[in-house]
Design a protein around this ligand. Sequence first.
Ligand code: NAP
Length: 312
Amino acid sequence: MTDSHEKMIIIGAGAAGYTAAIYAARANLSPVVLAGLQPGGQLTITTDVENYPGFADVVQGPWLMQEMQQQAEKVGSRIIYDIATSINTELNPMQVILDSGEIMTTDTIIIATGAQARWLGIESETIYNGRGVSACATCDGFFFRERDVVVIGGGNTAVEEALYLSNLCNSVTLIHRRDTLRAEQILQDRLFKQANICVEWNYNVTKILGSDSGVNGVCLTSTKDGSQKEISTQGVFVAIGHDPATKPFKNILDLDEEGYILVKAGTTLTSKKGVFAAGDCVDKIYRQAVTAAGMGCMAALDAEKYLASIGD
Ligand code: NAP
């Protein structure tokens, strides 16, 4: 049964989703935001945010997202605490199917479902998350100035994070489970040239060590012979990839081989008319709150233009 019709449904309530909502509401489109499983997105699991422009003092991630939500509601967005399980873009109007069983129809959809960092899955990682363990060097590296840190992973993200941290930290140790990196050669060349970066090849981090004041070391286990050793460190940056939250859109929209939504270059237009995508479900390179917010704004403007064109 179709319960309601909207001009715009925004799936996801992170920086991209709320920014799209603010712009769309101010354009009189009365957007509905489906807040999903983690309203507020990845910023709700961070603490200090120092790089979101407009705040001279440190702000807290959850607080920033509450402000974005209130701003979106104040200008006329409606937030629904439900999960979109699927969309049907073949019907006119399109449908969004909710976990509660409700089916909403809509003229446009903005997908802003984000991505989640992959974690090692060890207990000590959870214990020290936010107290020395992070999945974002750009966000948290500054707190480790002049310290010794480790980065885990062997892809582009891990190498870029190691290079970024090498400009802030005393030393950076990249820990990789194999003896070759999968990062692009140009990044590898830069990594090997950097004097304060060293690599521990063929090791998994099997335990993060620490005390009440945070992380103070990691325990490594060799992937070759199972031998173990400890190295001291104050920061652990896990950079083993991200998973975009795009499962409901598989076989409906064009996705790349890793599941990120493909958009027309320089826009937020997906492979289906009337469906737009913004933020970390599209972007695997920048992954910042401010870039997600910027794309959310673009999506609202693209959708507004589309609605004007079908109105004509
Ligand atoms: P990725 O390419 O999937 O690399 C993940 C790395 O983590 C791999 O080296 C993998 O090891 C390792 N890993 C995975 N699970 C692990 C575990 N449980 N324990 C230890 N190590 C583990 O991820 P990414 O580096 O985040 O990159 C994702 C995509 O974004 C790629 O397409 C990448 O090219 C792109 N990207 C591009 C840029 C850029 O163009 N500047 C920047 C960042 C990312 P193995 O090698 O052994 O599998």
